[in-house]
Design a protein around this ligand. Structure first.
Ligand code: SF4
Ligand code: SF4
Length: 447
């Protein structure tokens, strides 16, 4: 599974169609379709091979050129991100990407800034690719699930072998050659209980500043596969809802005291946007969605990366204009359903402003009132949003007063120092300085 986030905004989490300026349209293209050189157990995309039984899964030069021409023309102004994803897109080889860069640049105008990105498992990265990425300012997303044992739990190669060393080697090589990259970390049953091990590994051992976490939720279809977004049970590899909340909270607590503004974590930045009253930074937290589409290797355009399935096929860009498919009623209905299909529990939830009911793909539970459409991860998001409420309010306040939200770290450090000093001065029968209304000896002074 591959996603990528960008410096300016998070690609997977793009703004809604209604709020979107035309330039916020994002299309991720899969030049090898679902084909990958690895065999990660939780990958939702490998099984999509069954949608194209007679294909060689290689985007032709003709499709690539048509796609880029139409995509660049569909965006009137601003950034146009040519984003490659898979499967494993690097299996196309360097020449394919070199041709795509040359093609895209031919359509650049003063109003349009063409940028490039690629999401990869990293195992095919070599020095030539590094130089190419750097020379063309590619942003590379590298899939890595944490330290060795946690990463290797599900991310295997075709012969079941471990992949950790190859991915870390790619990270080191990109650092040496100054390639701009960030980490995509899937959170699943194996690493959900290790938020600090995962976060500190990325921050301290790898030295990365941009981290995107993605919860793994694999729905089991009636035939036992995970091909479609159907079914109300999940695989054992899927993240547990409560553990998802604990994972985010564990990382957040560490980030809050030392890394605000320095290490960028997708969920924290998305939450900050909500608390600051900005438009949703992530499609999953927006009221509506539909602005992040996927192009398959043969030119088929789908509503979303998570819904590459026949009922969400919009058409093929070789026979229908891409701009029309993007603006089609079918796609508008897809994006609007995110809001209209919310259960009452969500519409009345005080966290809806930040949560938005999250992604429709995860809405397969019944509420206590037997309303369908409750998000599988609701318990985790509730725990997370409630946990971050106070510091997010404080950061949003700083921001509103023109101060840097990262000042929260100094404020917290001062408060902690004052609290420590109050603890040392408190008598056993005094009220506890923490504000619990208990005696010190029954609270923080308990021996
Ligand atoms: S279906 Fe989910 S991932 Fe796709 S655009 Fe909507 S919210 Fe985003
Ligand atoms: S926290 Fe739960 S109830 Fe509230 S909006 Fe999100 S999914 Fe719905």
């Amino acid at each position: 599974m591959n996603y990528l986030f960008e410096r300016r905004e998070l690609l997977l989490w793009s703004v809604s169609m209604e709020e979107a300026e035309p330039s916020s349209l994002h299309i991720m293209a899969k030049p090898t379709g679902s084909i990958c050189n690895l065999d990660c157990e939780y990958c939702f995309f490998l099984s999509k091979e069954r949608l194209y039984p007679d294909s060689d899964f290689r985007m032709t030069s003709e499709v690539m050129r048509e796609y880029i021409a139409q995509y660049v023309n569909a965006v009137p102004a601003g950034d146009v991100m040519i984003a490659w994803q898979g499967g494993e897109p690097m299996m196309m080889g360097l020449d394919f990407f070199a041709e795509s860069v040359e093609c895209a640049r031919a359509y650049a105008t003063p109003e349009k800034n063409i940028a490039f990105s690629i999401q990869t498992n990293g195992t095919l990265i070599d020095e030539k690719f590094c130089d190419f990425f750097r020379g063309n300012s590619f942003l590379v997303g590298l899939s890595l699930d944490g330290p060795r044992e946690l990463h290797d739990a599900y991310r295997h190669d075709k012969s079941g072998g471990e992949t950790f060393d190859r991915v870390v080697r790619a990270a080191r090589m990109m650092q040496r050659r100054d390639v701009d990259f960030n980490i995509l970390c899937s959170v699943h049953a194996a690493n959900q209980g290790h938020p600090l091990d995962v976060y500190r590994f990325f921050r301290d051992e790898l030295g990365v500043k941009w981290i995107q976490f993605v919860p793994i939720v694999e729905r089991i279809n009636a035939d036992g596969t995970t091909l479609l977004q159907e079914g109300d049970s999940v695989t054992d590899r899927s993240v547990d809802p409560a553990a998802w909340g604990d994972f985010l909270n564990g990382v957040f607590d560490e980030w809050l005291v030392s890394d605000v503004g320095d290490v960028h974590v997708n969920f924290f930045e998305a939450a900050f946007a909500s608390w600051a009253g900005a438009p949703a930074l992530a499609c999953i937290f927006a009221e509506t969605c539909g602005g992040a589409l996927v192009l398959e290797h043969n030119g088929d355009l789908y509503s979303c990366d998570h819904f590459v399935e026949p009922r969400h096929l919009l058409g093929n860009i070789m026979s229908a204009p891409l701009a029309e498919l993007v603006r089609s009623e079918k796609q508008r209905d897809f994006g609007e359903a995110k809001r209209s299909a919310l259960p009452r529990l969500c519409t009345e939830c005080e966290l809806l402003f930040a949560c938005g009911g999250e992604c429709p793909k995860n809405r397969f539970l019944l509420t206590d009132a037997d309303d369908p459409g409750l998000n599988y991860l609701c318990a985790g998001y509730k725990a997370f949003f409630e946990h971050v409420d106070t510091p997010m309010r404080a950061m949003a306040r700083l921001y509103r007063y023109g101060r840097n939200p990262s000042e929260i770290m100094e404020i917290l450090a001062e408060k902690q120092a004052a609290m420590r000093s109050a603890f040392t001065k408190a008598g056993r029968n005094d009220p506890c300085p923490c504000g619990s209304r208990m005696k010190f000896k029954q609270c923080h002074g308990k021996t």
